[in-house]
Design a protein around this ligand. Structure first.
Ligand code: LLP
Length: 423
């Protein structure tokens, strides 16, 4: 029944003269009319504020995990606000370089980096490579034999911590594809090997326990376990990953980046860690900064069963509900504070029944075809995990600030779809 909880909207959200959602001074109904739907609308100052929170706590060792949301404008923004950037593929790396981010501010991740990606990263001069496996150390040896300079590396270790989150995004427990496992002895072996190698310069350790974690005690436990392993080794750097959860739906509450940072700093001090600590927030920077706007195309009432409200996007712009069963809220952009007495399932336009955006949505009673529907907290792992399924064109992205809407990614065209198709 209740209206959308205001706390789920971007920092600079407001209500316009006829009750419509305004983001950073931009009327979302005007944005939908100008740029079309679906449309990702970001509050640029919200992004900047979250980056600054991370940078205030950890300085240059605060690193934005760009897998959450990346385009050139975002890479530049994170860099301007003082953050390094975590890239997890050659593609993410190239986008940051093209955005003008200095290579030495990039941290290169990935559990299966190819030799070409490693060559590209070393050639560009990335700041750090986080090495994930013995096979990667073999590849780095081979590159050194070709004459590549030795990169500064951290070793990703798997501390044996089970974070409370969806199994697909938990990474700190032993049964994981990521990193060198502490409990099997692999982590120590990797330290010995990398420490003795000429092909790399070992400067630290890295761990990431998972994503969408709400419980700060999980982070404190991870830092404690890391300290136990890392302190005797005595390397100067320790990155403790990202993973801070965000609230997506009514009733959820997440720590702020500042609170999370304090827990980490306190746990590190208590664990006697003297290495420089780094963090890698992704979702907590970008998720709540954006709303996605859709147009309602059909409303199908099935008496005594349910109502299906179909919009012009779906699992191709937000696969999280389908992949993880993630919950979202929704509301009408024209009446952001309206009560939502009507229940419905908000679905997309893809050719499968699983294509849903909001399983149990609450909506205003006067919802009708042609309305602009908005889903808040869609700034992370939406556009970045989007696809062209059904050859749907990926939506554009606008950054709003003080009444200006800047198109930073345009809508795809049919020519984009055909660009790689050689017939
Ligand atoms: N650092 C590393 C090494 C990571 O693997 C990740 C996320 C992060 C930092 C950032 O984590 P965050 O602060 O965003 O939680 N697609 C999933 C999330 C996958 C996270 C992958 N790694 C989702 O939509 O929930």
């Amino acid at each position: 029944m209740a209206p959308l909880p205001w706390s789920l909207l971007p920092d600079n959200a407001g209500v316009g003269p006829v009750g419509q959602l305004v983001v950073a001074g931009c009327d979302t109904l005007d944005l939908a009319a100008e740029f079309g739907t679906p449309l990702f609308v970001y509050d640029e100052d919200h992004l900047r504020a979250r980056c600054r929170e991370a940078a205030e706590a950890f300085g240059a060792n605060a690193i934005y995990a760009s897998k959450a949301f990346l385009c050139k404008a975002m890479a530049r923004l994170a860099y301007e606000e003082g953050l390094g950037i975590d890239v997890a593929s050659g593609g993410e790396l190239q986008i940051c370089l093209q955005a003008g981010v200095p290579a030495d501010r990039l941290v290169f991740h990935g559990n299966n980096k190819s030799s070409n990606e490693l060559r590209l990263a070393i050639g560009a001069g990335v700041g750090r490579i986080v090495v994930d496996s013995f096979d990667e150390l073999d590849r780095l040896d081979a590159l050194a034999a070709e004459g590549s300079p030795a990169p500064k590396v951290l070793l990703r270790i798997t501390p044996g911590i089970k974070a409370e989150t969806h199994e697909y995004v938990a990474t700190g427990h032993d049964d994981s594809k990521f990193g060198f496992t502490v409990s099997t002895g692999a982590a120590l072996q990797a330290v010995d090997r990398a420490g003795a190698a000429d092909s790399v310069e070992l400067v630290g350790l890295h761990a990431h326990i998972g994503s969408q974690v709400f419980r700060v005690d999980s982070f404190a436990a991870a830092v404690e376990a890391l300290g136990r392993f890392a302190n005797p080794i005595g390397l100067p750097e320790l990155i403790v990953g990202g993973g801070l959860g965000v609230a997506y739906v009514e009733g959820e509450e997440a720590p702020t980046i500042t609170q999370w940072s304090r827990i980490i700093a306190k746990a590190a001090a208590e664990a006697g860690i003297t290495a420089t600590i780094g963090i890698e927030p992704g979702r907590s920077i970008a998720a709540a900064a954006a709303v996605t706007l859709y147009s309602v195309g059909t409303v199908k009432d099935l008496p005594d069963i349910r109502t299906y409200v179909a919009v012009d996007g779906g699992m191709s712009d937000n696969p999280r509900p389908v992949l993880y069963g993630s919950g979202y809220e929704t509301f009408l952009a024209r009446s952001v504070t309206a009560d939502r007495p009507r229940s419905a399932r908000v679905v997309g336009k893809h050719c499968e029944s699983g294509d849903l955006l909001v399983r149990d949505a609450r909506l205003p009673a006067d919802l009708r075809v042609g309305d602009v529907l908005a889903t808040p907290v869609t700034g992370a792992y939406g556009h970045s995990m989007g696809s062209n399924y059904n050859k749907i064109l990926r939506p554009p992205i606008v950054f709003c600030r003080e009444g200006d809407a800047r198109l930073v990614v345009r809508r795809e065209t049919v020519d984009d779809l055909l660009a790689t198709d050689l017939g």
